[in-house]
Unconditional design. Structure first.
Length: 424
């Protein structure tokens, strides 16, 4: 029987790690069913950790204080994460609760959060192509931007700590819990965290935000390299247990990381820069990384040949301001190929009897910016005409209004001829 959240029932176990388990929970109110994820962290993780503390000469009060301080640190981390609640690329923390173990030294920390799918599970069913890997990188860069503004280092970025929402948004989770909880176990193996760890962290040197960028780079590398990290045998070669140790040694010794097996040269260059052994050679910020990944998408689009022999219709260019691509649909458009329309020119259609407006539509739609500017100009002309009629003397006012009306008619004729718009 698990220690679940009051008012909620446990549905199933979603996963477990060295420090706790994650369950799917739900509750029903007034005919509506709500779902959430419940992470249960036990401190200390194993009874042997208390015995090990006693063996080091600590008395009962000292052992209690020691493990209680770990619980306080974890709760403090989640209180910090509550400041980022509601952001699209960070797992939404809902609430937490701490319950002591009766009659012994120990606590259960219950963290209720939104129900998501872990990245490894998602990728197994939906393999990530190059565009999706770039999109994953952009979403994680956004998450790290928010963390940096709050002064938060994640320190444990890996696929297991990245999640996917029902809408397809990638979200960063599990902030600091494993890093703090591992202080409680004298025998806990950290091999799992080594795989994505920056060299400076591994060596115990001073490190900063670029360590998170390095770890993210290895995550992106993996999904462009047939799920294999740098220096591992290339797919489909068999992996031996010694290969992980050899790959780690090569990476920590500063050996240059080879390019991943898949992806454009531009995307490979971005990932190798992320994974530079020299931290000064990496991206200086998550904002710079996001900009580089967006530039990759634009470069690939411009490099694609035009399959049509005829001139392509006018297409509104991708916005140069990268912040304008925050909308997910707009970003997806920059990563997908622009296929030119195969409509014929207006003059050819006119020869067959098509009306002028229909022929113009075959050329292309009126750009939104033109439509807005024309609307503004016409509104100004109408307003000016009214003011002239009210203020100017009779002959001058009539003459001026005639000129303004002529300009409006001219604008509408140009729009109608060019785009089939401007009617009325």
């Amino acid at each position: 029987m698990i220690n679940t959240w009051p008012g909620w029932e446990c549905v199933k176990l979603l996963g477990e790690g060295s420090f706790g388990k994650v369950y799917e929970i739900r509750k029903t109110e007034f005919g509506t069913t709500y779902k959430a994820a419940l992470k249960v962290i036990t401190i200390p993780p194993a009874p042997g950790d208390v015995k090990a503390a006693y063996a080091e000469g600590m008395d009962e009060q000292s052992v209690t204080d020691y493990f209680r301080s770990v619980v306080e640190d974890i709760v403090e981390e989640f209180a910090l994460m509550s400041q980022l609640k509601g952001t699209s690329n960070i797992v939404s923390y809902e609430d937490h609760m701490v319950t002591p173990h009766p009659g012994e030294i120990g606590w259960d920390i219950l963290i209720r959060m939104e129900l998501l799918t872990a990245l490894p599970e998602y990728a197994a069913e939906h393999p990530l192509d190059e565009a999706e890997v770039a999109r994953l990188g952009i979403h994680m860069a956004r998450a790290l931007q928010l963390c940096r503004r709050k002064g938060i280092l994640h320190r444990d970025i890996k696929p297991e700590n990245i999640f996917v929402s029902e809408n397809g948004d990638y979200k960063l989770g599990d902030f600091g819990v494993a890093r703090i909880a591992e202080k409680t176990s004298a025998q806990m193996s950290r091999k799992g965290t080594y795989s994505y760890m920056a060299p400076e962290v591994y060596k115990g040197e001073e490190y900063g935000y670029s360590a998170d960028l390095y770890s993210l780079g290895l995550v992106l590398y993996r999904y462009l390299n047939d799920n294999r990290l740098p220096f591992m045998p290339p797919y489909p070669q068999q992996i031996r247990y010694t290969d992980h140790e050899k790959a780690l040694k090569a990476r920590m010794s500063g050996e240059e990381i080879p390019a991943p097996a898949h992806g454009s040269p531009q995307l490979k260059a971005v990932i190798r820069k992320l994974c530079s052994y020299d931290r000064s050679a990496r991206f200086t910020s998550p904002e710079e990384l996001e900009q580089a990944l967006r530039a990759v998408g634009k470069t690939e689009e411009s490099a694609k040949p035009d399959p049509s022999a005829e001139p392509a219709p006018s297409v509104a260019p991708a916005p140069s301001d990268l912040s304008a691509l925050d909308d997910e649909d707009e970003f997806d458009k920059t990563l997908s190929a622009f296929e030119p329309s195969k409509g014929k020119g207006a003059s050819a259609e006119e020869k067959t009897g098509m009306k002028a407006e229909e022929a113009a539509r075959a050329v292309g739609k009126e750009p939104l910016i033109v439509k807005i500017l024309c609307g503004i100009i016409i509104a100004v002309l109408v307003f000016t005409s009214i003011m002239v009629l009210l203020i100017a003397p009779f002959p001058l006012s009539v003459f001026s209004v005639a000129i303004y009306a002529g300009l409006i008619v001219l604008i509408q004729k140009i729009r109608r001829k060019r785009w089939g718009s401007g009617k009325g």
